[in-house]
Design a protein around this ligand. Structure first.
Ligand SMILES: [Zn+2]
Length: 157
């Protein structure tokens, strides 16, 4: 037998449970909305990552192509150098290489309009006279940077 008091109590409990269920359904809806928004954000970010990866791949391919081009050019220049060096006295090549190592890769420079194109300094009168009077096969050097000076008709001598 159920007393009216018990029924009343059960009725209150049912009402309370119904409200609780409604509250929980609201929470579930909110969580689902947040999940959808999060999934949308994940999709956007994934697309951006893919786009960036495509750019990285493109740049990497271009870099690799440039490396290959540079390697081929280095091989060509080295071959040309070998051929050129074969015609130059060994002592001069040794001197050139020594200066080149000391002077950041440039061992000889053109003397252009009285200026050393290695260090960009203009030779003074005494230096110019020394260069002018030196025999054509004499190795002349810049007093400032020590590089071998290459005389041409434009040397300003
Ligand atoms: Zn110089």
């Amino acid at each position: 037998m159920t007393s009216p008091k018990d029924l009343e109590s059960l009725q209150r409990e049912l009402t309370s449970l119904a409200k609780r269920q409604g509250d929980l359904e609201d929470v579930v809806l909110e969580v689902m909305e947040r999940r959808e928004a999060t999934q949308e954000r994940v999709r956007e970010l994934t697309e951006r990552v893919d786009a960036i990866q495509t750019k990285v791949d493109d740049v990497t391919a271009r870099r690799d192509a440039a490396h290959a081009e540079i390697d081929a050019e280095v091989a060509t220049v080295n071959k040309e150098r070998e051929l050129t060096v074969a015609d130059i006295p060994e002592a001069l090549v040794t001197l050139y290489d020594r200066i080149r190592t000391k002077q950041g890769g440039i061992g000889a420079a053109r003397l252009y309009q009285r200026r050393c194109e290695g260090c960009r300094l203009e030779l003074d009168i005494t230096e110019l006279n020394d260069v002018r009077t030196a025999a054509a096969d004499t190795v002349v050097r810049c007093e400032n940077c020590s590089r071998i000076l290459v005389r041409t008709p434009d040397s300003g001598l």
